[in-house]
Design a protein around this ligand. Sequence first.
Ligand code: LMR
Length: 396
Amino acid sequence: LFAAVEATPNDPIFGLTDKFNRDTDPHKVNLGVGMYQDDDGRVPLLESVRIAEERLARAAKPATYPPMDGLPDYNADAQRVVFGADSEAVASGRVVTGQSLGGTGGLTLAADVYGSVSPNHKALVSTPTWANHIAIMRHAGYDVGKYAYYDGRTGVDIDGLLSDLSGAEPGTMVIMHECCHNPTGYDLTRSQWDAVTEAVRQRGLMLLIDMAYQGFSQGLDEDAETIRRLAAAGLTFMVSSSFSKNFSLYGERVGAVHFVCADADEAARVRTRVKTAAREDYSTPPLHGAQVVRTVLQDEQLRDTWTDEVSTMRERIKKMRTGLVDGLRAAGVTDMDFINDQAGMFSYSGLDKAQMEELRAVHHVYGTDAGRICVAALNSRNIDHVVAAIAAVRGQ
Ligand code: LMR
C-alpha cells in the first residue's frame, strides 16, 4: 500500500545536520541549524535550567494531563516575557496565550485558529524567509505569497515591503520576524515598523509575528519592543514565541502562541479555538519543558540567572560575528563587513549555492544552500578554519 509513496526532498536545515553527522572529517563545522553553542562547541545546559531540573526531580510528581492549551501559569509567565510585566493588553484580558510545541507549534496553532475566520486563506512571507514558514502555511491550507524584504546586499527593501503590503488583500496573514530575521539577520528599524503598522492597519491585514530569538539581538525586553508597541496601539494580531533558543531547550519543544484580541469577550472565544486546535492535533502539550521554564521564571533569583545567561549568549554571538568579519578582512576578503550590520544567530553571507557546496565538500563547513551561516556555532577553535574556508571559496 505504500508503493506509491514518493520520497520528499531533504529538509534544507535538518537535512544538513544529517549530512554533517555522516561526515567523518575532524575539522567539520556545522553552521547549518540554528543552535547556539558555547566556546567549547557544546549546546549549553543553562545553570538556571540545571537548577530547575534538580528541583523538579526532587519534587518528583506524576505526569498528569495538562489543559489542552497548556499550563496556565506557564502561559502567564510566557505572556510576561513577551508583553512585559505592565502590559495593558494582558491586564485587560484581551491576550490569549496557549502553550505550543516550540515556535513551529505556535505558528501552526496561529494558522489553525486564524484559518477558522480568514476571509481568503492567503499568507505572505518575507523574501527570503525561514523555509518552514512556507511549508507550515501550505500544510495549514493557506495560499502562500511573498513580500519584498531583503534588498540583495545591505539590508531591508522597505519601499518594496510597503508596496507589497499595500497591495495585499484585506485579511491576508502577514508573517514577520520580530527580531534576528531568519535567514538574513536584517531587522526593521522602529520607524520602518511604524510604517509597516500603518500599512497593516490600513489594509486590514493580520500580522503573525514570529519571535524565536528573543534576547539574541539587543536584550529580552528590547527585542520584544515591536510586539509591545503593536499591542499598545490596539492592533489585533498574533505572536508565536519560543524558548528553544533563549533557554537552550531545543528538544523540549517549549513555545507559546499569543492572540491579541479586541476585548476580553473576543479573547474568551479565541481561547476555545486554541484548545480545540490543540486537541485535534496533539491533544495536550508536553509537561516537562514548560515546568522547567515556569520554575525559572517564577523564582526571582533563577530568573536573574537566566537573564544573565541570555546576555552571555548574546555577547558571545556578537563577538563571533565581529571576529568573523575581522578574520575575513585579514584574509583579504574586504567586502563582507555587512555581516556586522546583521543581528542574531544567523548571517546571510552572500555566498551562492556553488560556494556553499564547495564549503561543505572541500572544507567540511556546513551552511544552507542559500548562504545562511549560524554565527552562534562559531567558537575560538573553529573560527580560523571557517575564515580560511570562506576566503578560499571567495578565491582569496
Ligand atoms: C533554524 O532555522 O535553523 C532553526 O530555527 C531550527 C529549525 O527548526 O529550522
